[in-house]
Design a protein around this ligand. Structure first.
Ligand code: BGC
Length: 758
């Protein structure tokens, strides 16, 4: 044993020595040998230590473990901890790393994780908003910047991207994902992983990413967070898993499992998901971290009787690391000794953790991410510019009656009204990492910064949205009674040529645990809007929110509506870019906006049902008190110009499995200004071995056109795009007829047919 220890120290110090030469280090080829050689040195206790993750600050995102910080420190020194979360700053991470490197026997460096969801210091649009840009390169870039700012602060692992498809606006975490569509979410997943991880994880500017939450978390019943998920195999494979598979193929370093149970099995204890599908079928070699405390949470789930059994179930199911749950550290050694958990499974889990640490370059230099010089090199001004760029691309123009927008030169007096109009905090959104409170450019500031001197801007708040303290863990209290600011707002509005109203949601109305049964304009906002409308109907409603809202009254009465989400640090400037016409809006909704909350979950790619529609009778699948389609459908978004689609053609109406067919359409800019259109391709499999959605997104392309210009946009359709998880329980295509749809949103589409021969 002693010999082995010496050999271990020798090996480790070799790694450290070679490290100083460059930031690009350990080649993948050598990683496996190195992992094996470290594993061979480890005692069972040390192995279990690698599977333990501690929270390191009071920055809680869930109930804390009972352990005090002194005990945690001792365990770090003794090599009983593999990773930490919420330890922030170069100094703090270096200090924790030092405890391990200077005291533990094997000196296996720690990883430091953090929820860097839409930026670290520079805050980008919340993920749902950013997805509305459909600009994968911009999303990759914002992840790259978030990674750089994190790495410069000692953080080398983000718990992002969240790639839970979600179709329920009641769920507060819908803001954290890419919306309702599987294909779009998968594309964003890859862009984000590439952005965070770069080409080489061991580059000191890139960090490890996490695909979360595996799986089904976005489908909580009734939109309630952590709630039970009822999805069958078909839905799981066709809708939920593809973004995770795409992330795994893109080389995402880690996965996080989920709090929910799926059809009777908590995701954390789900062997089929973690061990069979992820690790065996997809041959993915990273590690799975539990969600915060999700291993012991299998006790209240009624799936484990105590921590010991929870640890046994989780490890056997393929959960490799226990985040702040205290179950692995207290139970795994005993479980192995009692043969409830095999040493092979422990070894596999440890190897996965070590592999990621090697790839991150930590064995070469445990302090790689504790480099104060990196922070000095960052140009936060450049990052802000990029944040503004992606923010303006994320804005979706929902309505523009009478071309009220962009603001015309004749408009000299603008009243800016609403609780969110001069709010510098809400645009920072939830999951804001180290984004400073009140640091965003407000809408009012943005307009003042960018409108010409000849425009007179007045402001009245009208009402507060929330009252009292706002924080990550506490519920937000909404102002439902105080209308004392109404009078001033009404007066201000009545004197203006135009009113810009900023309404929506507080940052802490969406995010974890923020499910709502109402998704309209909360508090007194709707009343304020209607009062202002009585004195001035020239209203541009700017929505600042993290989830789809129920805005049926506004859609019928207000001439212009701009969906501006929570856009991050540069929010106000980006909104001003769009309102003033310096940027022609090009965003498209990644999620349906309902007519009424009762439609939720609502999504475009539904199944047909046996009774799709019949306006003459009630005995069809709809509602008697509301239409069944979306108010604003998936993929929808207007521009200051108009686009005309014509001449949809297929290169061939018959396809062989190894062939392809080109679908092309002519897109013309028929308006007066240059504009960008996101051209969308959808497919439908008309008859299949399992029922298929009425349409499914399968491609998109952004096209810029000058006024009067046109372009033929061509999509290739191949056999792979026709595949789905069939009744044979595998991904394959089936011969038969298909429809191809192309257009500017999921509702207004042109259609042609073709068949696949086999
Ligand atoms: C969330 C995760 C997050 C973790 C760590 C949990 O409550 O569900 O998404 O990464 O906390 O903060």
């Amino acid at each position: 044993m002693k010999k082995l220890n010496l050999l271990g120290f020798f090996l480790l110090s070799c790694f450290i020595a070679s490290a100083q030469e460059s930031t690009i280090k350990s080649s993948v080829r050598n990683v496996e040998t190195k992992v094996d050689s470290v594993l061979a040195l480890m005692t069972l206790e040390e192995k279990v230590g690698q599977l333990v993750q501690y929270n390191g600050s009071w920055d809680l995102t869930g109930p804390a473990s009972e352990m005090n910080s002194k005990e945690k420190e001792e365990n770090l020194k003794n090599g009983k901890v593999g990773a930490m979360l919420n330890v922030l700053s170069v100094e703090a991470t270096a200090e924790a790393q030092r405890l391990v490197m200077e005291n533990s026997r094997l000196k296996i460096p720690l990883m430091f994780g953090y929820d860097v969801i839409h930026g670290y210091t520079t805050i980008f649009p919340v993920p749902l908003a950013e997805t509305a840009s459909w600009d994968l390169e911009a999303m990759r870039k914002s992840a790259e910047i978030a990674a750089l700012e994190s790495a410069a602060n000692g953080v080398n692992w983000t718990f992002s991207p969240m790639i839970d498809v979600s179709r329920d606006a009641r769920w507060g975490r819908i803001m954290e994902g890419s919306g309702e569509d599987t294909y779009l979410t998968a594309k964003v997943a890859v862009a984000k992983v590439e952005g965070y991880q770069g080409n080489d994880l061991a580059n000191s500017r890139s960090i490890a990413a996490t695909a979360k939450h595996f799986a089904g978390y976005g489908f909580g019943e009734a939109g309630r967070d952590y709630n039970t998920v009822h999805i069958g195999e078909n839905e799981l494979h066709n809708t939920i898993l593809p973004p995770f598979k795409a992330a795994a193929e893109a080389g995402v370093a880690t996965f996080m499992n989920a709090f929910n149970d799926i059809d009777g099995t908590p995701a954390t204890g789900h062997k089929i998901l973690q061990r069979d599908i992820l690790k065996r079928d997809w041959d993915w070699d990273g590690f799975v971290v539990s969600d915060w405390g999700s291993i012991p949470e299998m006790i209240p789930h009624g799936f484990a009787k105590d921590k010991m059994q929870a640890a046994e179930i989780a490890l056997n199911a393929g959960s490799d690391m226990d985040m702040e749950g205290g179950a692995y550290e207290s139970s795994l050694v005993e479980l192995v000794e009692n043969e409830k958990v095999s040493l092979d499974y422990i070894d596999d889990a440890v190897k996965r953790v070590l592999r990621v640490k090697f790839k991150l370059g930590l064995f070469d230099d445990p302090y790689l991410y504790a480099n104060p010089a990196l922070l000095e090199q960052i140009s936060f001004e450049d990052h802000k510019e990029l944040a503004r760029d992606v923010a303006k691309k994320s804005i979706v123009l929902l309505k523009n009656e009478g071309d009220l927008l962009p603001l015309k030169d004749e408009v000299k007096n603008i009243a800016v009204i609403g609780p969110l109009a001069d709010d510098k905090d809400t645009p920072i959104g939830n999951w804001r990492a180290q984004g400073e409170a009140n640091s965003a450019v407000s809408l009012l500031e943005g307009l003042k910064n960018n409108a010409g001197k000849n425009v007179n801007i007045t402001y009245a708040k009208g009402a507060d949205l929330g009252v009292g303290e706002r924080s990550f863990l506490m519920p937000l209290e909404i102002n439902k009674t105080d209308k004392s600011g109404f009078e001033e707002a009404i007066n201000t509005a009545s004197k203006a040529d135009m009113v810009i109203m900023a309404l929506g949601e507080d940052a802490f109305q969406t995010g974890e645990g923020r499910s709502q049964v109402n998704i309209g304009l909360a508090g007194v906002q709707q009343e304020l809007l209607e009062e202002i409308y009585k004195v001035n109907q020239n209203i541009v409603l700017v929505l600042i929110n993290g989830r789809p809202l129920e805005i049926t009254w506004a859609s019928e009465n207000i001439p212009a509506i701009v969906e501006a989400w929570q856009l991050g640090s540069e929010s106000g400037n980006a909104i001003a870019d769009v309102l003033l016409g310096n940027y022609n809006p090009s965003g498209k909704l990644p999620v349906s906006f309902p007519r009424a909350v009762g439609q939720e979950p609502l999504y475009y790619n539904q199944k047909s049902t046996g009774r799709p529609s019949n306006p003459e009778h009630v005995t069809y699948s709809g509602y008697t008190d509301e239409k069944k389609d979306a108010l604003y459908p998936f993929g929808f978004g207007l521009s200051y110009t108009n686009f005309e689609y014509s001449d949809l053609q297929l290169s061939s109406e018959e396809m062989n499995p190894d062939g392809n067919s080109q679908a092309s359409i002519t897109l013309k800019n028929t308006g007066d200004v240059e504009g960008k259109e996101i051209v969308q391709l959808y497919l439908r499999d008309l008859v299949a071995s399992t029922t298929r959605p009425v349409i499914e997104l399968k491609g998109f392309e952004a096209v810029n056109l000058a006024p009067g210009a046109s372009k033929t946009v061509t999509f290739e359709i191949n056999e792979e795009m026709l595949q789905f998880y069939t009744a044979n329980r595998k991904w394959e295509s089936e011969a038969g007829e298909f429809e191809v749809f192309i257009g500017g949103n999921s509702r207004d589409l042109q259609k042609v047919k073709f068949s696949l021969k086999k």
